[in-house]
Every structure is written in structure tokens, then in C-alpha cells.
Design a protein. Structure first.
Lengths: 477, 358
């Protein structure tokens, strides 16, 4: 993975740029000391690091606008950053770029239950949005697994999903409006606390644009009344094919569980050794969760059991108590930690049509064997969003490159069967160079046009999402 | 012109020498496009339907009725309940799925299942240079590149001509029922609907039809619907008697049927529910219909009334859906937003072929 060389004219004006930012911001909102900017040299994609020119941490939309105005005037690139949890390198800086981190902007600005929205500053963490409303019986639906740490700004940038989006949708389906600061420092209101915004759906294209169109400082989010209850069931199957067929039949049966999670044997073995959740010894395991009143849950689980029984499950456990529900989720929630025990790993997130599940898992197994690596699969089966975890040894020369090459092959496979490179993590730098696998030159050009309109100088997070050769002329202009 | 393939359509656009008026079935357009008529009806047929994956890919000129019949046979449906506006706009013809997407047409279930754009997962379209552009795909979780799917949905053909669209679907419920409360003022009705929509009972429709009642819909498995019906009746008892509605009011609400045979302009307000009743009062309308718990307000006023001037600033926007007047159909946008809109149109349609207002 390459990043563009830093702009020497910006590096040579370093002191002047610092001075201008310092004059516009409170003392603690600007960091230039390399011992302190080091904390911002990478996000959760830790394989790639670079010290930024400066880090700015505004406390208001006005301060964010001032930073962007100065950077725009000075021709300095800006890297928007939420909580720095991107697995795709979405907030990886370059040496000639200023990081604009919104972590200090974490206030709740307005809560309106009758109109079912909350307005927050974008640095607020995902889970604390729900935290602000749950005592009153509400929640914010998108639930990425990093939800304790990740910020709404990053969720909007990447259009984050989560385990429960089969029923509730992803960020874009739960976002009503934003305050967006453009690269020129102009503050725009797009959408608002109502359901549709009129005109072109600018909000729809801003969500998921990976911080390349503007910096979101505030957001109106849809909040929902909490369901009365939820209960999971765990089922084990003799093969990935059978488990995949069961997922399809549950969906065809008219049921809409809030989550259908899938783990394959390598993942079951690893999590069992790590978390001792008491999972059955089997080839594939499903966790299906349904919501409602106790009677509604009983009714749905009875229907699911009828469907599952047709596929001869080797294990079938309904959670009768809260404690049993926790045990069912324990292994799934520990899966990433368990992988960490096995070695370093790369987490992919390609999506495939649900009907291709068994075929894709078999091909992943074959590819993995040909590379001499190990892969465990844990993913959201209801919507086909896979999470193959490729285990490698970062201390072994060439192992990271080998793992990345396998990852690229797996993502090519996802696209080949009708899916996509990324279902919820975003492209960032990680999948940037694979975009041509999914998109033609014309498909990408259409996307670049949108950035041309929002950020004509190509200063916002410019070396992400699209292959560098595709954007070279625009970035150089 | 009525191309039979995407390639033929692209050729027509590439070679066009003047504005094009794109039309699907002609049942939804607000008459703001000029130029040579370009029909999409020749691009018809279902490309892929996988009930087990809740996925449909369909050519843009396919009649909506054909799409709905195909899904119905498998016990599935488009989640967003597209309205049929023929009665309201005095049109005949067949609504196409492309027209539904181009206008982001979304009915009462929008409060629970989202709008058309929320179910739309992929598009193919031809831009103003005649280039075929693909975005999104056939899987329901996809954040690869920018989401032009949303940008194109509801753009009324201003950025290009849709040739194929892909949706995620929902199973049809086993049963449904509707509750009715009589005699509520508009403000009380909005409060009752808010109470229902903030309950955990998964209401899929909340509308107030003055003179007919305030309606709530619940859908799902029979036992669950019976349970939630009883719970909602208990919860809303303070607003008056909560009865089970005998007739299904939702097709009429979806299609704004109460306004069909009445003269005058028809406006559509999108706003914050709690402001809806006050806005309707300020409008001094001859007739009002509230959907989406009050978030959508249909108003009928004397022809030529400038509703936007009458309302002054408010949260949301007003669209003039039916009128013979010269009033602007769409709410004017603040200058910086209008500049973005103009910039995007110029990029996707540099020759200004797609003259439609948005």
C-alpha cells in the first residue's frame, strides 16, 4: 500500500500553518509536538502509520470551520477523524496533512421523543447515543462491534452497520440530517429532524463518503422505542451448506430476526478455547435473535425451530434465562479477542449474496490452504456480510504481505459472485487498490465527480477510497 | 423514442441535440421537463429474483404492478408501499418501477420500513453524456465507494436515466389490522400517533384523516398482531375509544384518495410531526390529510395560493404536487445547497439535456 509523497511546499510552510491555526484556536485545540501527535499516526489499521503535520481538536462547528478555512487557503490536506477505530485506515494521515478530530465534540444537543430524534455533536460515541435515551425506553439502532469507542462522525463517514441491521438498517437508514463543514469552511445544514429532505439526496451521498466531501460536526439521528425483549437461539449444523440453507429458509419463512450470526469450525474452536462458552462441536453454528414480548418471542422461536429441524441440527439451544442468552452471545462477542490469541489478524468485510454462502466458504477454504495460512469466519449471515479473519504473524518477514494477498483474493471472490468489497468497514486505504475489481472506470469517474463538486481542490482525505492512479490528476491539480 | 435496450438508450442520449423529457408510465411527473419524449417502457423485465436472499433486480421500465404481482406470488413485497398517484394527478397509464425510484415514492409504511431509497440497493443509469454508470449492487450491505444509489433515488431524472434498479425486500405479514380513534382534533391526533409510534408495538402506519378518524396499523404473525392490538388499545385509551377499523383505510391514505375528486392545488409538506397541526392551521387549507404520524401533511388549497408565503419559515419543505398555476413546484433551496445541486447536475448532465425541476 502506497501513500502519495508529502507536498514539499506545505512542509516548508509548516511554521506559518501552525501559527495561523494557533491564532484561530484555543491553545489545547492544536497539537504539533511529535510526541503527542504520535497518538494520531494511525487508526485501528495499525499496519500503516505516519505522523501528521498537526492535529486539531475543535470543540465547536465554528472552530472546525476556522480550521478548514485556513487549511483551504494554505492548500493543506485535512484528514477527518472520529474516534480512530477505522479498520480500513480511513483516518490514516500523511506528513503534509492536518488531522481534524471531532472527539471533543460529544454533547447531546437536543432529544425529542415525540418526534423520535436526537441531535448530537458528531464526536459522541455510538453507544453513548443510546446511553442518552435508553432510560426513557429508546435506542439508536446501528451497532457496529466497536460501538463502545467509535464516534458517530466515523459511523456517518463509513455508513457503519452492525449485527442488528438486518431489521433496522445501517447508518444511512437512521440518519436524518447533518451539519456539514465544507473544505472551504462553509457551514451547511443538510436534512433535519424530518423524514425526507427534498431536492437531491445529498445526505445519502455524504453518508459513506469516508470524510471526502465535508466534515460532519453535528447529526440528527432517528431513535426507536426499545423492543420489549430479545432472546437468542443457538444451532449447530453438520456443514456450512446446511447452515446456509437454514438461513435462507428462515428468511423465506417470513421471519425477520434482528440478527443471524454465523461461525465456522475454525472460529468455533478458537472462541471455545478462549471464552469457554460451551459451544457444540460442529462444522457451522448459527445464533439467531428475535425480539418482542415473551409470547411473541416464543411464537417466533417455535417457527424457527420447525424450519431448523428440517435441516437436522446437531445442536439446538434456546436461551431460557438471561444468563443462558449471555452465554450464547459470549463466544460470538469474544470471537475477535479469540483470534487475537491465535496471532495477528486481518479482518475482511466483503458482502456476498446469501445464496452463495456455502460456495464462498468452500472457496475461501481452498484459497487459504493454497496460501498456507489460517482463516476463521464469523459474520452477519442474514445480510451476507462476511468477516473472514486471516491469521498471520506480523514478526515473520513477508507474512503480512501474504495475508494481504489472500485477503485481496477473497475480496475478488466476493465481487465475482455478485457481492462487494466492503459491507460496513469502508474502503479507506485498505481496499483502495481493489476498487477496479468492482467498478469500471466510468463507475469510478461518476463518484469522483461528486467529490469535484464538494471539494474541488481535492484536499479532504484525498488519498483514500479510489486507486491513486485514478485520482492522480485531480490531486495534482 | 422508446429504446429497447440500455445500449440503445445510451446511444440516443449521446446523440441528443436538445432537451429530453424522460418518462416511465407518466403517472408521477410534475410536468416540469421539456424536450423530446424519451420513454423507458421498452426496458422491461425482472433480471433476478432470489426470495431466499430477499433480493430483486428489475429493469427500470417494468410496470410496478408486474413487480408487485411477482413478489406477491412468493409472499414478499417492496417494503415502502409506493403510492399510486394516478387518481390524484388525473393520469392514466402504468406506473413503472423506475418512476417510483426517480420520485422516491414512499407510502404510509415509511415510518417503520423507510422510504424507497432505503430499500434501494443498486442502480444502473445513463448520464447526460450517454455513459452507463453502475452503483451499489445486489447485496444489502455495501459501503464500497460513494452511495450514488441514494443520490439518484428521488432525483427525478436530473442526473441520468435509470435502466435497472435493485431492492431488498420484506416478507409479507401473515396478517394485519388497523385501529381507529374517532373525533380527535388534529393536534390530539398527532399526539395519539406519537404515543403509538413511541411504543414498542411496531406500528407500520399512523395517519389522521379528518372526518374519518385517526388510524394505526399493525402487521405480523396473528398472535403477535392480536397482542399488540390489545396493548395499543390500552395505551391509547386516554384519547378515546380505540376500535378495530372494519375497512382497510391504507390504500386510500397512501394514494391521497380523499383529494381525488376535489378541485384546487395539492401540496405536500414534509415536517416535524409536532409542528404539523399548527402548520396546517396556518395554511388555512380546504382539506388536510396527515400521514407518517404527522411528518407528511397533504393540503388542498384554492388554485394559485402561495402556501410557502403563507407558512413562512418552518422545519421541512413544501412541494406543489398538483396545480395549473405557475408557482414553483419545489421548495427553493438555500444558496449553498442550490450551488451543490447545480454543480452535480452540471457534472452528470453537462449539456443540460435533463431539464426537469427538482
Amino acid at each position: 500500500m502506497d501513500m502519495p509523497l508529502p507536498d514539499p511546499s506545505v512542509l516548508s510552510r509548516r511554521a506559518r500553518i501552525w501559527d495561523r491555526l494557533a491564532a484561530a484556536l484555543p491553545a489545547d485545540a492544536l497539537i504539533t509536538d511529535p510526541t503527542e501527535t504520535r497518538a494520531y499516526e494511525c487508526d485501528a489499521l495499525t499496519a500503516y502509520r505516519c505522523l501528521p503535520l498537526a492535529v486539531t481538536l475543535p470543540r465547536s462547528t465554528e472552530e472546525a470551520a476556522a480550521i478548514l478555512r485556513i487549511c483551504s487557503e494554505e492548500g493543506v490536506k485535512v484528514i477527518p477523524r472520529g474516534a480512530g477505530t477505522s479498520l480500513a485506515g480511513g483516518s490514516l494521515p500523511t506528513a503534509d496533512a492536518v488531522i481534524l478530530g471531532v472527539a471533543r465534540m460529544n454533547a447531546v444537543l437536543e432529544t425529542d421523543y415525540d418526534n423520535r430524534f436526537i441531535r448530537v455533536q458528531s464526536g459522541r460515541t455510538n453507544l453513548s447515543v443510546t446511553g442518552a435515551v435508553e432510560a426513557d425506553g429508546f435506542f439508536y439502532a446501528p451497532d457496529p462491534s466497536s460501538q463502545l469507542a467509535c464516534a458517530i462522525a466515523g459511523n456517518i463517514g463509513m455508513n457503519s452497520g452492525g449485527a442488528h441491521c438486518l431489521k433496522y438498517g445501517v447508518t444511512t437508514n437512521n440518519l436524518l440530517g447533518v451539519t456539514l463543514v465544507t473544505m472551504a469552511g462553509e457551514v451547511l445544514t443538510i436534512g433535519g429532524p424530518y423524514l425526507d429532505a427534498g431536492g437531491l439526496d445529498l445526505l445519502g451521498v455524504i453518508c459513506g463518503s469516508e470524510g471526502q466531501l465535508g466534515v460532519v460536526t453535528e447529526a440528527w439521528l432517528r431513535i426507536l422505542p426499545k423492543p420489549e425483549g430479545a432472546r437468542p437461539v443457538l444451532m449447530g449444523f453438520a456443514s456450512n451448506e446446511v447452515a446456509g440453507a437454514c438461513v435462507s429458509d428462515i428468511i423465506k419463512g417470513g421471519l425477520l430476526p434482528v440478527a443471524i450470526e454465523f461461525m465456522d469450525r475454525p472460529c468455533i474452536v478458537a472462541t471455545e478455547a478462549f471464552a469457554h462458552a460451551g459451544y457444540p462441536d460442529c462444522e457451522a453454528l448459527l445464533i439467531v435473535e428475535v425480539e418482542g414480548s415473551p409470547a411473541e418471542i416464543d411464537d417466533q422461536l417455535a417457527r424457527i425451530k420447525t424450519i431448523a429441524t428440517r435441516h437436522n441440527p446437531v445442536a439446538y439451544r434456546e436461551a431460557a434465562t438471561e444468563d443462558e442468552a449471555k452465554r450464547i452471545w459470549l463466544g460470538r462477542k469474544s470471537a475477535f479477542g479469540a483470534m487475537g490469541q491465535m496471532g495477528d489478524y486481518i479482518c475482511l468485510d466483503g458482502t456476498i449474496p446469501v445464496s452463495e454462502l456455502a460456495h464462498v466458504l468452500r472457496r475461501i477454504g481452498e484459497l487459504t490452504a493454497s496460501y498456507g495460512l489460517r482463516v476463521a469466519n464469523v459474520f452477519h449471515a442474514g445480510d451476507g456480510n462476511m468477516h473472514p479473519l486471516i491469521i498471520f504473524d506480523a514478526n515473520k518477514a513477508g507474512d503480512l504481505e501474504l495475508a494481504e494477498a489472500l485477503g485481496a483474493d477473497i475480496l475478488r471472490l466476493c465481487v465475482e459472485v455478485g457481492g462487494c468489497l466492503t459491507g460496513e468497514h469502508g474502503v479507506g486505504v485498505e481496499k483502495r487498490d481493489l476498487m477496479h475489481v468492482q467498478f469500471s472506470a466510468a463507475d469510478m469517474e461518476a463518484q469522483l465527480r461528486v467529490k469535484d463538486v464538494f471539494d474541488p481542490a481535492w484536499l479532504l482525505n484525498p488519498a483514500k477510497v479510489f486507486p491513486l492512479d485514478v485520482t492522480a490528476s485531480r490531486r495534482a491539480a | 423514442m422508446r429504446p429497447a435496450t440500455e445500449a440503445e438508450l445510451a446511444g440516443i442520449i449521446e446523440g441528443a441535440e436538445g432537451p429530453l423529457a424522460i418518462t416511465g408510465g407518466g403517472t408521477r411527473r410534475l410536468g416540469t421537463a421539456r424536450g423530446a419524449r424519451l420513454e423507458t417502457g421498452g426496458l422491461s423485465g425482472i433480471s433476478l429474483y432470489e426470495p431466499g436472499a430477499l433480493t430483486l433486480v428489475v429493469k427500470a421500465g417494468t410496470p410496478l404492478a408486474e413487480v408487485e404481482a411477482t413478489l406477491d406470488a412468493e409472499g414478499q413485497r417492496l417494503p415502502f408501499e409506493a403510492p399510486d398517484l394516478r387518481g390524484l394527478l388525473g393520469r392514466t397509464g402504468q406506473s413503472t418501477i423506475g418512476g417510483v425510484v426517480a420520485t422516491n415514492a414512499s407510502g404510509p409504511r415509511r415510518v417503520q420500513a423507510g422510504a424507497c431509497r432505503d430499500s434501494l440497493i443498486g442502480v444502473r443509469f445513463v448520464d447526460g453524456t450517454g455513459t452507463v454508470i453502475r452503483n451499489g449492487g445486489r447485496v444489502m450491505k455495501n459501503v464500497t465507494g460513494y452511495d450514488l444509489v441514494k443520490l439518484v433515488a428521488g432525483s427525478r431524472g436530473a442526473l441520468g436515466v435509470l435502466t435497472e434498479v435493485a431492492f431488498k425486500l420484506l416478507p409479507k405479514p401473515e396478517t394485519r389490522t388497523s385501529l381507529r380513534i374517532d373525533g380527535l382534533s388534529d393536534a390530539a391526533a398527532v399526539a395519539a400517533m406519537a404515543s403509538a409510534l413511541t411504543s414498542p408495538f411496531d406500528v407500520t402506519g399512523a395517519a389522521h384523516w379528518p372526518g374519518r378518524g385517526t388510524f394505526l396499523r399493525i402487521e405480523g404473525f396473528a398472535a403477535s398482531v392480536a397482542y399488540r392490538r390489545a396493548e395499543l388499545q390500552r395505551r391509547l385509551a386516554g384519547f378515546g375509544a380505540v376500535d378495530v377499523a372494519v375497512d382497510d383505510p391504507w390504500p386510500a391514505i397512501r394514494d391521497v384518495a380523499p383529494f381525488h375528486d376535489a378541485a384546487g392545488d395539492v401540496w405536500r409538506l414534509s415536517t416535524v410531526p409536532s409542528e404539523a397541526a399548527a402548520l396546517a392551521a396556518r395554511a388555512g387549507a380546504d382539506q388536510v390529510l396527515y400521514d407518517w404520524g404527522g411528518g407528511l401533511v397533504w393540503l388542498r388549497l384554492a388554485e394559485g395560493t402561495d402556501l410557502r408565503a403563507r407558512l413562512g419559515p418552518f422545519q421541512g419543505h413544501a412541494t406543489l404536487v398538483r396545480s395549473a398555476s405557475a408557482l414553483q413546484r419545489f421548495q427553493p433551496e438555500p444558496a449553498p445547497i442550490a450551488a451543490l445541486t447545480k454543480g452535480l447536475r452540471a457534472k452528470f448532465d453537462p449539456r443540460g439535456l435533463f431539464s426537469v425541476e427538482i
